[in-house]
Design a protein around this ligand. Structure first.
Ligand SMILES: Cc1cc2nc3c(=O)[nH]c(=O)nc-3n(C[C@H](O)[C@H](O)[C@H](O)COP(=O)(O)OP(=O)(O)OC[C@H]3O[C@@H](n4cnc5c(N)ncnc54)[C@H](O)[C@@H]3O)c2cc1C
Length: 381
């Protein structure tokens, strides 16, 4: 092994959208020596596999701290996209056409009505559409649709361009991005972090951010117990088509799946929710279930050539909520993980919250529900 001795003011474990967003936010706040360590390639895991939907309202059944967090992050996106464009010249294709949510069955209609009631009473922008109304917006939608909701503020980004932009922004800001290196564990002395053990040797640091996605619970800290997050990988498969001409302009959901039209002409269809360990294969059963949902939304999908498919591992904590903020047990350890279905959506706010926690030593009480301290402790090893 090539033993190197090194030091960083802040080390970040994981080069997905979350690690990259945290690194950039820290650099913008003036932190000098930031080292981000990625085992494989930057943005090569769940963040690359995602659909890029920024759709808190389309997915929410009730008001909750998590809903507030997702809406706040969605609303940061226009400024985030503009800043990344200015910093890097890369357009992350923030598309503001809006999101449609379709109902086909009695149960779907009930769900739509409930969502419409609580969100309109809460003063959120939401529009109820008849079958004819939604087909006027998107003529390719199945004529059996019974009705729909439109969420004008729920949008999408091209997450692969977002990853490219975050990498470029970090490079410009002088963040050290080290790929092909694995972090094996944290070194802790008397309840304080002293550094991290990596495949290339020990790196001394006072602050580490755990942004390891679905692998975040595998890190150990010697004899010292860490919060028992029980992060598990949840596989999501995705299909990609190239319709000519385009089939849709909006992101279109049903309770069983979604279609996401991209600016370059591709159209994504997703997804599955599977507990298959760290296996990222696309399976016949996965393709079948995505196709069934996609064809229900628009029967024309059945005739399109399938041009690509992939799968990614969503990082899901034991209670499905993200894990954000400092660890009370070990000074210098911060968590930014467990973003499950919403890591692209939550990237801007996660960057801000973690950078503030490290630089200003401020972690808002209102975010206590996401703290790693909500879990008990467990020794990994
Ligand atoms: C099919 C699918 C569709 C999705 N659609 C959406 C969507 O529309 N909108 C949305 O907001 N979210 C979506 N998501 C969820 C989103 O992709 C994730 O929440 C997000 O990517 C998590 O980002 P991350 O940086 O935490 O994890 P990742 O992108 O998985 O990155 C973690 C990185 O850490 C590295 N790593 C782990 N352990 C170590 C270690 N010990 N040493 C060094 N490196 C390490 C890994 O190699 C990896 O690159 C989707 C996910 C999937 C799979």
């Amino acid at each position: 092994m090539n033993q190197t001795s090194d030091r960083a003011d802040v080390a970040i474990i994981g080069g997905g959208v979350i690690g990259l967003a945290v690194a950039r936010a820290l650099a913008l706040r003036g932190v000098r020596d930031i080292l981000l360590i990625e085992r494989n390639s930057l943005g090569g895991e769940s963040s690359r596999a995602a659909a890029g939907m920024l759709a808190p309202q389309a997915e929410a059944n009730r008001a909750h701290e998590f809903f507030d967090l997702t809406c706040r992050s969605r609303d940061m996106y226009p400024a985030f996209a503009a800043a990344l464009l200015a910093e890097t010249g890369i357009d992350i294709e923030l598309d503001t056409t809006g999101t449609l949510y379709l109902g086909f069955t009695d149960a779907d209609e009930l769900e739509l009505e409930r969502r419409y009631q609580w969100q309109s009473q809460a003063g959120l922008p939401i529009v109820k559409l008849s079958s004819a109304g939604v087909r006027e917006l998107e003529p390719s939608i199945n004529e059996e649709v019974r009705g729909a909701l439109k969420f004008p503020l729920d949008t999408q980004v091209e997450n692969r361009r977002l990853l490219n932009a975050l990498v470029a922004a970090n490079e410009k800001l002088g963040v050290r991005l080290e790929t092909g290196t694995t972090v094996n564990g944290l070194r802790v002395e008397r309840d304080c972090l002293t550094g991290i053990e990596t495949s290339r040797g020990f790196i001394a640091t006072d602050s580490v951010v755990i942004a390891g996605g679905a692998w975040s619970s595998l890190l150990s800290a010697g004899d010292k117990a860490l919060p028992d997050l029980r992060i598990k990988p949840v596989r999501g498969q995705m299909l990609c088509f190239e319709p000519h001409p385009a089939l849709a302009r909006h992101v279109i959901y049903s309770p069983r799946g979604y279609l996401v039209p991209r600016r370059d002409g591709r159209m994504l269809a997703g997804s599955t929710t599977e507990h298959a360990g760290f296996d990222k294969q696309v399976t016949a059963a996965g393709v079948h279930s995505i196709m069934t949902a996609a064809v229900e939304i628009s029967p024309q999908v059945a005739l399109l050539p399938l041009t690509d498919s992939w799968a990614g591992l969503r990082p899901r904590a034991a209670d499905t909520l993200p894990v954000l903020g400092p660890c009370a047990e070990i000074a210098g350890v911060y968590y930014a993980t467990g973003h499950y279905r919403n890591g692209i959506l939550l990237a801007p706010i996660t960057g801000e919250v973690i950078a503030r926690a490290i630089v200003d030593k401020v972690f808002p009480e209102s975010l206590g529900i996401f703290s790693p301290d909500r879990f008990g402790l467990v020794a990994v090893g």
